[in-house]
Design a protein around this ligand. Structure first.
Ligand code: FAD
Length: 391
């Protein structure tokens, strides 16, 4: 009789969310687990990993190679090293969690009604983004249809209003100006400057000047009525346009919400969440009430700006170490105490501005952002995370 353990006898680690954080963790754990004792299940609402950092260029530009490179289906290739042949992918959206008592395993309930059991659960479900980035979940072709529909919408529009002057609004304006240099683009932003007050005024002003230099109109300290701002497709824009709170008349034929990202945590009971819907965690990324449940990435309640770099480079190594400690494969656990604020905002393919919160705050200009982010949007790095080679 073989002494090899079946998957049912192994400790099952379930990672919910194969986004930037979930995949980084999967890869980190794949170097350290014991394949005789541990197995992994990755659950994602989508059948494919979406590279969010390139998603704004993806919905504007008609470059087919970008479409191939930015959407990576999950499959056997997702599980490598000690997870090779020792992991599985489940396509489904988690709708609730039945937590086990006293550190015992529990079960996830998916939208299909299917249940997925876990011994250790890791939640990395990220954020939901406004409509243009609300990629469907059912199939890769539905995702591609959504992208094509957005491209057609932008191409047909004669005057575009972006509602929200955060990084999504600014980067989208830059991508639009690359493809449609003479199309009128306006960003309307409720705050007195673009971005939020995590960043110093000198950076916020510099970024406004840079985007205005490309012919984008920026209206700050102003807004259109909330009901109009939420989700207005081209066919629904009122014929007479909008009057802003400051009394300006705008007559766009396409209104694009670029604000309002929210943590994807509606599958959790409210007592585990903060008032903003983020998951309350200990500095070890464990839930205070469930030591075998971890959460990280965009969904956690932590006073910091959310970002891929935070999830992949600053949270992941600590979550991986703490899971190993929980499995008695590491001697000590690691506590998170926050990380440096930094941001790199592109303005199309050849411009942008970065900010690093070190010394008195460092702003780096176009060449730096172009080299590191704007030119390729870091797309070349995804195969090393997904194990998938675009064909
Ligand atoms: C346009 C754009 C540009 C960006 N540029 C940068 C940048 O330059 N630098 C940077 O640091 N950050 C950037 N970000 C932010 C960055 O993408 C996120 O902070 C990062 O992806 C968060 O990682 P995550 O693993 O927490 O979640 P995500 O990467 O969002 O992954 C979450 C995953 O969970 C899945 N999921 C969600 N709900 C469920 C559910 N109920 N059941 C099952 N699966 C579920 C989703 O399908 C998704 O695959 C950008 C974001 C956008 C939109």
């Amino acid at each position: 009789m073989s002494s090899k353990k079946t998957d049912r006898e192994k400790t099952v680690i379930v990672i919910v969310g194969g986004g930037i954080g979930g995949l980084a963790l999967l890869n980190a754990l794949s170097a350290s687990i014991n394949p005789e004792k541990h197995t992994v299940v990755l659950v994602d609402a989508r059948p494919a990993h979406m590279h969010l950092i390139s998603s704004l260029r993806l919905i504007v530009s008609d470059a087919d190679d970008l479409l191939k490179q930015a959407v990576h289906p999950y499959g056997d290739h997702t599980f490598r090293n000690k997870f090779a042949g020792n992991g599985s992918f489940v396509h489904g959206s988690v709708t609730s969690v039945k937590f086990g008592d006293g550190g015992k395993g529990g079960q996830l309930i998916l939208d299909s009604g299917e249940m997925v059991g876990y011994d250790i659960l890791v939640l990395a479900t990220g954020s939901s983004w406004p409509r243009p980035l609300g990629f469907p979940t059912e199939s890769k072709s539905a995702i591609e249809n959504h992208i094509m529909a957005r491209r057609a919408e932008f191409a047909e529009a004669k005057d575009i209003l972006l509602v929200g002057g955060g990084s999504v609004g600014i980067e989208l304006a830059g991508e639009l100006k690359d493809i449609f240099p003479s199309k009128p683009i306006t960003i309307i932003q409720r705050e007195r400057l673009l971005l939020n007050n995590t960043y110093p005024d000198k950076y916020r002003i510099a970024i406004q000047k840079q985007i205005e230099a490309r012919g984008v109109t920026v209206l700050t300290s102003d807004a259109i009525p909330a009901s109009d701002a939420s989700d207005v497709s081209a066919s629904q824009v009122p014929k007479d346009g909008f009057v802003t709170e400051q009394g300006k008349k705008l007559k766009p034929d396409l209104v694009v919400p670029t604000w309002g990202n929210r943590p994807n945590t509606s599958y959790l009971p409210t007592d585990l969440l903060s008032s903003t819907g983020h998951v309350k965690i200990l500095p070890t990324f464990q839930l205070p009430t469930h030591q075998n449940v971890f959460a990280f990435g965009d969904i956690i309640e932590w006073k910091e700006q959310k970002g891929a770099a935070k999830a992949a480079f600053f949270h992941t190594p600590k979550v991986a170490k703490n899971i190993m400690a929980y499995l008695n494969l590491a001697e000590s656990s690691a506590k998170y105490s926050g990380s440096m604020e930094m941001i790199m905002i592109t303005n199309g393919k050849a411009r942008g501005l970065a900010y690093f919160d070190i010394l008195w705050g460092i702003i780096l200009g176009g060449w730096f952002v172009t080299l590191l982010k704007a030119k390729t949007l870091m797309i070349g790095r995804i195969p090393s995370q997904t194990g998938y080679t675009p064909k």
